[in-house]
Design a protein around this ligand. Sequence first.
Ligand SMILES: [Fe+2]
Ligand SMILES: [Fe+2]
Length: 212
Amino acid sequence: MRSSTIARQVSRASTNYLNNVKSPATTSTPQNLSSTDRAHLDAALRVDQAGEVAANYIYMGQMAVLGRDPKTGPLIQHMWDQEKAHIAVMNKLQVQHNVRPTLLHPVAQIAGFGLGAMTALMGKQAAMACTEAVETVIGEHYDDQLKDLASLPDSHPSVPLLKKVIQEFRDDELEHLDTAVENFSQRAPAHALLSSIIGGGCKVAIELCKRF
Ligand SMILES: [Fe+2]
Ligand SMILES: [Fe+2]
């Protein structure tokens, strides 16, 4: 295990939500945000929740096809387990900050499952190529989001916690990306085409979920 991974496991900001720690940081939202900051926070949490829903369904779709594979099954299950924690946290953040969920929730479920199952049916390497493409976009998305949220005042305790959670999830997604590459995503048939279609689809989905 890498030292960065061990360090992250010791202090995961998400445990505040997963262990139901009750404090102003986990139960209240800043009241005095500018309309721009509030809009950023709103869009961020709406799209993050939708993305984590889709990620869960992608891995569910992959497990439906490859779950019994002795090597690939446990790898996918591990990533899915992390996505389950991500969505649990995002659901709590969405309630805490009074953000309405996306109207595209059912689309995220169906598209995610379809994408996961379809690429898994193309083979293990194509499944990993799907993970590589999705996690690249999501990793970048979380990174961009940290810049958008930088102007939120750290004086409210929920804000620094939120930033730490997003950093943690970004690092998890980048770890999934590494897992995919280590497991030969780039040997998938038509890797470049597959990556650009899936990556492009993710970017469109992100923009749609911010708005709807
Ligand atoms: Fe995730
Ligand atoms: Fe992920």
